[in-house]
Design a protein around this ligand. Structure first.
Ligand SMILES: [Zn+2]
Length: 157
């Protein structure tokens, strides 16, 4: 099958297994740069409030995604929140069974209008409930890299 061949039926599709080495650099942009620098340096959770519509973003942004207003100022929130939704993960990214199930939750952050998806830690998967209060667990300061993994997860508060 050549690249210019027109496929009429999706059952005729084929695929090739292989690997494509890809190197890239991901840049946070100005808003996320502020958030991850504060997380790394001070263990702080930096938010921003839209001056037009009042929506509070955590992580902070420099433009409101709802009304496109510019947001200059940031402030800190505790990073605590409540479980909005969760799932228990039994398989790894490669499909193999995990030794211990992991809990991934969508967390309503206190003081913010946004949610953050992250692991729940130090918790029995069977005891997780919607609305359960949680607090962030961070890597020790010297081990933080300015990355989402600086947050180990969220534990019951
Ligand atoms: Zn706005």
């Amino acid at each position: 099958m050549g690249l210019s061949e027109r496929i009429e039926r999706n059952v005729d599709l084929t695929y090739f297994e292989g690997e494509i080495p890809v190197e890239y650099v991901y840049t946070y942009g100005l808003g996320l740069e502020r958030f991850f620098r504060a997380l790394k340096d001070r263990g702080a959770f930096t938010a921003s409030r839209c001056p037009e519509c009042g929506f509070v973003y955590l992580p902070c942004r420099i433009f409101c995604e709802r009304c496109f207003a510019r947001m200059e100022d940031t402030f800190e929130l505790p990073g605590t929140g409540r479980v909005y939704s969760f799932t228990v993960v039994h398989r790894g990214m490669d499909g193999s069974p995990k030794e211990e199930p992991a809990v991934v939750a969508l967390i309503d952050l206190d003081g913010a209008d946004t949610r953050l998806a992250h692991y729940l830690v130090n918790v029995d998967p069977g005891s997780v409930e919607i609305g359960m209060p949680v607090k962030p667990v961070l890597r020790p300061q010297g081990e933080r890299r300015g990355h989402l993994e600086d947050i180990v997860g969220f534990a019951p508060a």
